[in-house]
Structures are given as structure tokens and as C-alpha cells.
Design a protein around this ligand. Structure first.
Ligand code: MG
Length: 160
């Protein structure tokens, strides 16, 4: 049986933070504000996986009031979420993501992000697609004040 999940996240861009997206550190003058490392792509991916399983959302599983998750790498959150995917006998059929950032240019980092997610989840890179877009200068994202991500996933249950 196949299950679809979607995830969305947006984080504010601020000074004096490193920028992490898809588990990759990206050179830029600002980074994403957050309780963890602010990796909006991995947060949206976790939410998509949880959604497909009917397991609620990332806030229920990793509360931002819990100091255990302060400044941690979101790759850890992804690995914990994936443990639940395996426990529920699902395999990831594919992941499709949209990252919306006016700056920096993310095109050179799409491949490294796919590789990072591929190794964290132990699935072939071909099952992961990442699209990088600007917001055409519109709104908060266009004003370089935030980066947003959408992720869709299909999970297949191996039990039946
Ligand atoms: Mg988030």
C-alpha cells in the first residue's frame, strides 16, 4: 500500500548563523534561525514522512521546548524519523522537494543535498529530487528574510 505525505517549513534568515539546508552547510552571509540548526528542508522532509505514516508532525515528535534538540543537526531528526519509517515497515519510494530562496544560489548544492539525504536514509540518490527556486523578489522570501521548503514523499508499506 502506498501513502503520500507533504511537508512545509519556513525559517527566518538572520545574521551570525550558519546556513544548513538538506544537511549541507552552504556558504552565505546569513543562516536560518531555529531551535535546532534551522534546516527547513530536512524539517519539511520529516513532516512529509510523518504525514505519510499518519504520525502527526515534527513538533509532536521533537518539541522545540526540549533542550535535547537545541542547536542539534537536523540530520539527527531525519534519522530518528526514518527509524519510525522502518519500524512501521515502509520504504521510501521517492522524495520530491522545492526549496525557495532568493539567495544564495542553491543550484550548486542540489547534488550535495541529494547525496546527504541519500546517505542518511540509505536510499538511492535517484529517488530524491530537489528543485531550487527564487521567489521572483516577492514577499518575505523575495526580500531575503526567509527560506521556505515544500516536500512530497511516497511511502510503500512492505507488510501488504
Ligand atoms: Mg523548522
Amino acid at each position: 500500500m502506498e501513502k503520500i505525505g507533504i511537508g512545509y517549513d519556513i525559517h527566518r534568515l538572520v545574521d551570525d548563523r550558519k546556513l544548513f539546508l538538506g544537511g549541507v552547510e552552504i556558504p552565505y552571509i546569513k543562516g536560518l534561525l531555529g531551535h535546532s540548526d534551522g534546516d527547513a528542508l530536512l524539517h519539511a522532509l520529516c513532516d512529509a514522512l510523518l504525514g505519510a505514516m499518519g504520525e502527526g508532525d515534527i513538533g509532536e515528535h521533537f518539541p522545540d521546548t526540549d533542550s535535547a534538540y537545541q542547536n542539534i543537526s537536523s540530520v539527527g531528526l531525519l534519522i530518528e524519523t526514518f527509524a519510525l519509517v522502518k519500524k512501521n515497515d515502509y520504504i521510501i519510494s521517492n522524495i520530491d522537494a522545492v526549496v525557495i530562496a532568493q539567495e544564495p544560489n542553491l543550484a550548486p548544492f542540489k547534488k550535495p543535498m541529494r547525496l546527504k539525504i541519500s546517505s542518511a536514509l540509505g536510499i538511492p540518490e535517484e529517488r530524491i529530487n530537489i528543485k531550487a527556486k527564487t521567489n521572483n523578489g516577492l514577499g518575505e522570501i523575495g526580500a531575503k528574510a526567509a527560506i521556505a521548503c515544500f516536500v512530497a514523499v511516497i511511502l510503500t508499506n512492505t507488510r501488504r
